[in-house]
Design a protein around this ligand. Structure first.
Ligand code: FEO
Length: 170
């Protein structure tokens, strides 16, 4: 049986991951609106990954005899006006999600819940990759974003991203 606080945080994470998907769809819509379809597509794929993360947390709860509790998904709390703001907000959001995963890990560690810690290991690594991806996007934009030709090429590069199912299977 899972600890009550751990269950609460796992449920909270389901909601946060769906929120992340919602936020990235909002980012995607802004990028499409500004004619940057490669950026829009990149964030749409990112939203699919976030939905997968939510599904994994739900599956983990179910595998441990807990019924997931679905709550309202908030409206995106930030309203970037430019693609550069989108990229900066995206990086900041991933840092926030990392802090949530670490809080969850700490709660599991406190009650010696080694099973949940092992489940979370994948997310700890995933967050490292997600922060890195988001940071790289910011850096690339800062390097090339002001030059229209370079921005066009960066947009084309991002359009190549394709959805891949998560490597974690429960
Ligand atoms: Fe599910 Fe981008 O963290």
């Amino acid at each position: 049986m899972l600890d009550k606080k751990v269950v609460k945080l796992l449920n909270q994470q389901v909601n946060k991951e769906f929120y992340s998907a919602y936020l990235y769809l909002d980012f995607s819509n802004l990028c499409y609106d500004q004619g940057l379809d490669g950026f829009g597509s990149w964030y749409k794929v990112q939203a699919q990954e976030e939905r997968d993360h939510a599904m994994l947390f739900m599956q983990y709860l179910q595998n441990n005899g807990e019924r997931p509790v679905l709550k309202t998904v908030d409206q995106p709390a930030v309203t970037p006006a430019t693609v550069k703001e989108v990229l900066l907000e995206g990086f900041q959001h991933e840092q926030y999600v990392t802090s949530l995963i670490h809080d969850l890990y700490e709660a599991a560690h406190t009650v010696k819940d080694f099973r949940t810690m092992q489940f979370l290991d994948w997310f700890v690594k995933e967050q490292g990759e997600e922060e890195n991806n988001a940071d790289n996007l910011v850096k690339k934009y800062e390097l090339f974003g002001d030059d229209p030709k370079s921005l066009y090429m960066l947009n084309s590069e991002l359009s190549a991203r394709v959805y891949a199912a998560p490597s974690l299977v429960l």
